[in-house]
Design a protein around this ligand. Structure first.
Ligand code: NAD
Ligand code: DAU
Length: 348
């Protein structure tokens, strides 16, 4: 079994690669990644010499490169995670998102189709997507697999588009696809532009904690290792043509989450209780900021027996410990070009 995992040097991809390398020693795993600002081979140093692992640097937007790779490697399956993933960046530069998330996905679909057209049996094209395609919830309700799409940022619109294309290839060309739409991930290896690692890094350096708007927005947080477990289960046991929602049953208002994190950080850093929370700074809201995301993950629980393995309190503690223990990872990623790349207009 030879599997292409795209975006494996990124946050979630690195956890998926590690899980597959260790759990399936007989599989050959090829990691295709462009190494954008979000791709970091330091995320994979522990498995980079594994005999069943190969890294290929390349751009999924480059059609000829993608076709050549598929011809050469003869993949049995694809787990597609490569994407531009940060909503704020999609507001300042939407085009990059259209190219990678839509054109890149179509290139992978076309290359798979070309190689698999005579025999699609036992092949899998698995697209990893987001709950943001469903839009924004009010106080009530949850996103289900059949919730109508209503993307509202350039990022979510590009992911919705790629989801539609993946489904269209299934219906039109019988491409054996699977999809999943997951809520907000947190954990080790996340680029510190996303809420939790940004706040951890800023607390550590006693820098302002920029809270968009009033901090009332709600996200449903899932430990990244549990997302990787879900991807494993869906890849192996999910039904062809189906979509699975993945979530943590773990909704937090941003401001409450940041206060919780501040308390954890005060303890870990030996600061007086309340010290880190003094850094909280309310800033202009994100344009088009979705109010609430919440996943109903009943389908994956009932059909594939998956549910989160740890509580949020356990996961948050593990996450904080990881960033504090991996000081060089955090220092490396926030030095050099970080300031240039880091588009958060609110950084002080
Ligand atoms: P990330 O930004 O950390 O990593 C993306 C990876 O893709 C990077 O390694 C980057 O170098 C690579 N990449 C980007 N453009 C590329 C290109 N043109 N060619 C090849 N490689 C390219 O993202 P992430 O948070 O790990 O998200 C991974 C996937 O999961 C994305 O598809 C995202 O939409 C989805 N997702 C993320 C979350 C989340 O909370 N982070 C939740 C649900 C779904
Ligand atoms: O729901 C899944 C999605 O979760 C993924 O598809 C995306 O790839 C991922 O980036 C994430 O999107 P969000 O926009 O929800 O994540 P982010 O970490 O950027 O922000 C989380 C919340 O915190 C959101 O309501 C905005 C707010 N926020 C974020 C930052 C970076 C702040 O208040 N201040 C900040 O500095």
């Amino acid at each position: 079994m030879k599997i292409l995992i795209t975006g494996g040097a990124g946050f979630i991809g690195s956890h998926v690669i590690r899980l597959f390398i260790n759990k399936y020693p007989n599989y050959e795993i090829v990691n295709l990644d462009k190494l954008t600002y979000a791709g970091n081979l330091e995320n994979l140093t522990d498995i980079e010499n594994a005999s069943n692992y190969k890294f290929v640097k390349g751009d999924i937007v480059d059609k000829d490169f993608v076709f050549d790779l598929f011809k050469q490697e003869q993949f049995d399956g694809v787990i597609h995670l490569a994407a531009e993933s940060h909503v704020d960046r999609s507001i300042s530069n939407p085009t990059e998102f259209i190219m990678t998330n839509i054109v890149g996905t179509v290139n992978l679909l076309n290359a798979a189709r070309e190689e698999w057209k005579d025999n699609m049996e036992n092949k899998i094209f698995y697209h990893v997507s987001t709950d943001e395609v469903y839009g924004s919830l009010g106080d009530e309700g949850f996103f289900l697999e059949d919730t109508p799409y209503d993307p509202r940022s350039p990022y979510s619109a590009s992911k919705a588009s790629s989801d539609h294309l993946v489904r269209a290839y299934h219906h039109t060309f019988k491409m054996p696809v699977k999809l999943s739409n997951c809520s907000n991930n947190y954990g080790a290896n996340q680029f510190p532009e996303k809420l939790l690692p940004l706040m951890i890094n800023n607390i550590k350096h006693s820098k302002a904690l920029p809270v968009y708007g009033k901090g009332d927005n709600i996200r449903d947080w899932l430990w990244v290792n549990d997302h990787a477990r879900a991807i494993d289960v869906i890849y192996h046991e999910g039904k062809i043509g189906e979509t699975y929602n993945i979530g943590g049953h773990n909704e937090w208002k941003n401001i409450d989450l940041i206060h919780l994190l501040c308390n954890v950080m005060d303890k870990k850093l030996g600061r007086p209780k309340g010290e880190s929370a003094k850094l909280i700074t309310f800033v202009t809201d994100r344009a088009g900021h979705d109010m609430r995301y919440a996943i109903d993950a009943t389908k994956i629980k009932n059909e594939l027996d998956w549910e989160p393995s740890i509580t949020f309190e356990q996961g948050l503690e593990k996450t904080v410990d990881w960033y504090l223990e991996n000081e060089s990872w955090l220092n490396n990623i926030t030095s050099g070009d970080y300031k240039t790349y880091y588009v958060n207009q609110y950084e002080n």
